[in-house]
Design a protein around this ligand. Sequence first.
Ligand code: ZN
Length: 250
Amino acid sequence: MATVKDFSVEEKLAAVLALQKIDSKVDEIKTLKGELPMEVKDLEDEIEGLNTRLGNIDAEVSSITSFISGKNDTRKDAQAQIKKLEKQQENVKNNREFEAINKEVEYQELEVQLADKHIRDAEIELRDRQEQQNRTQTKISTLGEALEAKKAELEKIIAETEKEEEALTKESDAAKEKVDPRLLSGYERIRHSYRNGLAVVPIMRDSCGGCFNVIPPQRQSEIRQRKKVIVCEHCGRILVDNDLNDQIQA
Ligand SMILES: [Zn+2]
């Protein structure tokens, strides 16, 4: 049986590429899980903020409502006062007394007008706050639904991926056995130095599929020949041709 060292460059490339595809799948699962908990947390924070805002709006609504009710009382008192004064006017003894009461009536009428204006203004403000109340409540319930969906999604992914991740990790270990040790150490080193975890990349639009720097035609043809391991001169990633990339599946 041939040992790993006896493999052709093409076989070595295929082996390291197979490992890359498996590891990329593991990365994909990690990314999926990595973002969902954050999204859940963001939604929870946003809902909490909206609830605080709703509490403030509720307090404003009740304060405006009691202001209006106070102004209605003022208005009623002034009207009762007017009625009382008008009765008094029927029994006045002289003009001077009549005029004095008249002044008081005018004052009370102004009180009524002022209360009316305050009530009208407050009612406009109240309607505005009530609209805010409705909008905020609607948003809270919409976000609440989104939160429930995200939570369910996350739980599902965790339940589903636990087994898959375990299986892929085993596959990855098995695939490593088939990779040339020197190539493997290079692979590990490059893989851990890039956030996307890509150490083996295909040529994409005449460029390196990792750093997107252009690969000269001569080099591209060398890559296609699969006679030696060629790394990107810019990022150090191992380069493979598209046909090989398409052949190898995780
Ligand atoms: Zn590159």
